[in-house]
Design a protein around this ligand. Sequence first.
Ligand code: PMP
Length: 350
Amino acid sequence: MRKWEKNIRTVEPYVPGEQPQNTDVIKLNTNENPYPPAPEVVRASAEMNTDRLRLYPDPAASVLIDALAALHGVKSTQIFPGVGSDDVLSMIFLTFFNSDSPILFPDITYSFYSVWADVYRIPYETPALDGNFMINAEDYYKDNGGVVIANPNAPTSIYREPEFIRDILDHNRESIVVVDEAYIDFAGRSALELLDDYDNLIVVRTFSKSRSMAGLRIGYAIAGERIIKALNDVKYSVNSYTLNMPSIELGTAAAKNNDYYSRITQKIIATRERTVKELSKLGFECLPSGANFVFAKHTSMAGEVIFKELKEAGIFVRHFNAPRINDYLRISVGTDEQMDRLFDFLRKYA
Ligand code: PMP
């Protein structure tokens, strides 16, 4: 082996859900929003001054940060934006997880966490979810180099109230506790209400799900000012211009038009509830969902078989070939028409 080969920073990469180029498929595999962005976003896009593409974007994304601060009732100095929440989470891992003690996150959760830990050489432990796929708070009472909790969790879809997060925070005064709220708008109360009580809490959000903007790549962290400063110091040491100009402008329009997004979120929640009922009639069990997807298992058929047959029929869902969850399908909530097509296909297994 050549010397440079020995020095390669090897890592087993994260595998994103498939993005088929064939637009005919019913795409229920990456938890995207089935509805378009707000009309104001569409207008801002049509009116965008493309001459400004010559220039670098505002490295601080100030107009977006100000709109996000107004949306969440926090100061602009409490927001750190990034290229999707993946970028924000990656920066958090790089900035804060530098301890010899392992960071902690559940064994079944967003599978990118272990990949970032691997690529940055961060030790980690993964306490097991219980038999009902619930996180056991006591597993996070021990010494650690940081804690990461997705709430609602993915791919289980299970949501826990802020009291549960508070319990973890109370036992982790000396650690950074990250709450990844990618799906919170489909669930309930946010851990944001705990921000004033805990200067070690970081809440991470995304515009990819409830804001219908996965294609623009906008995510952000909300935390105390010291945490945001530390993140910015690392960000400006890696890449100053993370968000591009269209993302800043269109993201700002999205942040300012909350009513539209609340309406489509309610619609998705209603379709989710109908999906759970229909799937149970078709022989599936779903975990209680607080997300824009359901995690469903057929009572007799193997998950992988259904996954493959659905794919052949042009209906894409997600299947994880991992212990304890390989009989489950993660099904994003689409429009009612898309879900009806799914139910029609699944009737053959009922
Ligand atoms: N966190 C969780 C729990 C997710 O499921 C996802 C979506 N794959 C992300 C973060 C990343 O989303 P994005 O980078 O699009 O903001």
